[in-house]
Ligand binder design. Structure first.
Ligand SMILES: [Zn+2]
Length: 408
């Protein structure tokens, strides 16, 4: 959850409105800003004081820039040398980060694998190293609007949450928003990735864990206790293996990387890693292909059941296992087609996710920026309190240039 100081939420909304205007129109003087944002003189003064003190906005001097193109004194401009938001994805065996400056340019992304079960202080320290690698140093972090953080599992009530939040606040200063990392990946894919523009989306990630996220009616769905998207814990085999969650035969015990590799060996296959399995697939190994067909059918049946409940237009599948492509996704598509109600069968699109392993971190950025229309009814997001401008922005496409431009 956001942890801004008392009363700061409205002011952050005002600051966001001012930043949005400067993004949209370029440098403006105070009078122009006042007319466009509709804030009172005092409120605008407060918002600008905060932004100037943080370094997010600078006064453009008359002799700035090349000769003859100087801006009149008193114009205010965005300071591209400072940051806007950081996203961090604490996956099971890796940390990924993304950082965005005040103009919404993605400064960069980074990630590093680690051993499973790495203690939290070490994971946070790794995240900080990665963020600093991307952003350079301390000055960039000074004006940070927020840090959006993805964690494994339902975040509400998780014991690690409070500790992680305070560790991150100590290191980055700005408000820290925590959420489920796979739901954040769904947010990013629905904002900039494979499902950009779709109002109803089902996202599934096949990694060391299996999870997902739902966008319904143009809004990210959180669900009671933040449980929405726990697709990996839908039972698919009553005779199956015990699951980490305490259940039996969950989809995760069939379709996680570990589960697929275990099943491959149990059928007599040789290979203890995903690259080895992929090489076997490339070589046309019937054991590998048969296993992926069986796994794909299980996944497709679950997706069909979910589709009949939720009615997505786009289903996006991400995670390392999805990289296998057709040998897995073909059977998924067939089982989905067989199980989906006739009216949606031909309109429903199954796509590979587009943002790769940085999707969760980019979703963290979107959460920290708090301006995605997909978050307008999302409980975990910071309330929108700003007047003109705070809701006006809409995300543009990002996949190619990774620029999170607001238009409008
Ligand atoms: Zn489970």
């Amino acid at each position: 959850m956001a942890v801004p100081g008392p009363g700061s939420s409205a002011r952050r909304g005002h600051e966001r409105a001012v930043l949005g205007l400067l993004r949209a129109h370029g440098p403006l003087n105070r009078g122009e800003l006042g007319r466009r944002c509709g804030l009172s003189r005092t409120t605008l003064h407060e918002a600008l004081s905060g932004l100037l003190a943080a370094g997010a906005v600078v006064t453009a001097a008359p002799d700035d820039g090349p000769r003859g193109r100087g801006r009149p004194a008193g114009k205010l401009a965005l300071n591209t040398a400072v940051g806007q938001a950081v996203g961090i994805d604490f996956a099971r065996r890796a940390v990924h980060v993304a950082a965005v400056d005040v103009t919404y340019e993605v400064l960069g992304t980074a990630g590093e694998a680690h051993a499973p079960g790495l203690p939290w202080p070490d994971r946070v320290a790794l995240a900080e190293r990665l963020v600093r690698r991307v952003v350079g140093g301390e000055p960039w972090l000074r004006a940070l609007r927020g840090v959006g953080v993805g964690l494994v599992g339902p975040v509400a009530g998780a014991a690690a949450v409070a500790g992680v939040e305070s560790l991150l606040r100590d290191r980055f200063g700005g408000p820290v928003l925590l959420d489920n990392n796979t739901r954040l990946a769904a947010l990013a894919e629905s904002t900039w990735g494979a499902a950009a523009g779709a109002q109803d989306v089902l996202y599934l990630r096949l990694s060391y864990g299996v999870g997902g996220g739902v966008v319904a009616g143009g809004a990210l769905h959180r669900g009671a206790d933040g449980v929405s998207g726990e697709i990996g814990h839908i039972p698919v085999d009553p005779e199956g293996r015990r699951c980490e969650c305490g259940g039996t035969g969950c989809l995760e015990t069939v379709a996680s990387i570990r589960a697929v590799l275990d099943a491959y060996r149990a059928r007599g296959g040789r290979g203890d890693s995903l690259p080895a399995l992929m090489a076997a697939v490339e070589a046309g190994d019937p054991l590998a292909l048969g296993l992926l067909r069986d796994v794909g059918v299980q996944i497709g049946r679950v997706l069909a059941a979910l589709s009949n409940a939720i009615g997505p237009r786009v289903i996006a599948i991400g995670g390392e296992l999805a990289e296998i492509g057709a040998p897995l996704l073909g059977p998924v598509q067939e089982a989905l087609h067989a199980g989906a109600v006739p009216i949606s069968r031909h309109r429903l699109t199954l796509r590979r996710a587009a943002l790769g392993d940085v999707a969760g971190a980019l979703g963290g950025v979107a959460l920290a920026m708090g301006e995605s229309p997909l978050l307008s009814r999302y409980a975990a997001a910071e309330p929108e309190t700003g007047p003109a401008g705070s809701r006006a922005g809409r995300y543009g496409a990002v996949a190619a240039g990774r620029r999170l431009a607001l238009t409008g």
